[in-house]
Design a protein. Sequence first.
Length: 485
Amino acid sequence: MKKKVGIVLLTMVIALCVVALAGCGKTKRSGTALKWAYDDLNKLAKKNEKVDVKYIKKLDQLNITIESYGDPNKVFKTLNKDIKNQDVGILYFGGYYSLDAEDKTVVLKQIGKLQCKSIKVLGLDDMFYEYSERSWMDILPKVDTLYTDKCEYFKNYDAASKQKLATVKKLWLKDTLFDDINVFSGLEELAIDAVIEEYDDRISTDTIMDVNYTTPHMTEPATNKEGVTKKPVEPYRDTYLFNHGVYAVDNIMRLAKLPKLSKLTIAPTFEKYNLDGYGADYIFAISNVRNDIMVNEPKQKISDDKYLKIDDLVNQYSNLIEGSREATVNQFISNDLKGNYKKAKKFKVKKGHPKLKDKAVVYKVSPYVANFATKKKYYDNGSIQTKKDLGGSIRTPERAGDYRYFVYVYPVYKYYGKYDKGTKAYSETYYIQVSDMKKKVTYKPIKVATAKPEKKISYSGSIPKKHSGTVKEKKIEKAIKKLAK
């Protein structure tokens, strides 16, 4: 009996040793799930499967480009083997435009069925966003942040697809264009100047730049004796220079359509960012539309997650903004002018001489020869008077909508006769009309001056059809400044 026990025990010890040895012979893979996928997909590519992959270690980012005449199913089988039940980083799917409809459909369906636990950032090439197959959206519940270079692709999506887009809470945009961003009505966090579909080698303030360069200096890649690259070189991702100018405030005003937006991140794929005057002015422009949001702090690492109120950021960089503040504000106010004119026409008319006790927008119409109106009308060829124009006598807005009075300075014309060559002659009379937008009253127009047409006129080229006298600018300026007294 003792011998049998001994044999059994010995057998168990041997079995345990075999198991232990088998365990000892197994090596654990280093790196992340996306790095494993990168290695395995590279092996697949060498077997003539049509796929191209790039991996950026610093961001844990894998870019997969599906090529034509391959088997997308094999690509996704390899990918899913490595990412199954894993939390993964940035995943971007590109494709060649020669991909046929069948392959596109396969790719999009497979994206919708990815077996990972979660994705930090998911991005697709525009050819996939624009395609009619929308099953890729099935993965959205697992996606923390969606990436796109622009939002226009989604405006033509059907109602059911738009409902899914409305659930996206975080969005990365390649540029700073917000056309059709309202499809993401549930958006809480927005990142701009994000680039993931390609190596991001944009200007960095930590890199010594020549004025003729638009990208930072790149380090030469390491090679072996045969001259083959050992390891791809990653671009600089240190301190991004945010230097967007304010080209159209209509673009920025679209952010008002995102009621849940509370956070703005600049250049999320860089370590940090800095502002120049243009960038500071752009931030100021955003604050005119959404001063309730937080922005990542300049010169601070993205990983530190440091955000501050956008107005605090504007105040911090006010020295860079002062020279352009008024021009930016006036761009916003330009959008109010016609609406103010129409509203003022419906206000009650009040007698007496108006006094500007608060901030005012003074809009002066320039003479327009092609349309000598004989009564008051709205002209779009005028200009908002600046502090310099007004000589500091009237307080002007410091932000969009920051005014009480709308002052409309305009000409009317009266037929006077004809010149001997047939040109019609008109007298010109300038008026000033003040509307209190807060109290919803409009004062009766104030007559500035009338200028009769000259007895003789000179011209070059063809004979003018119309001509008028011209009220002197100094008289108009003097009358406007009196409104503050």
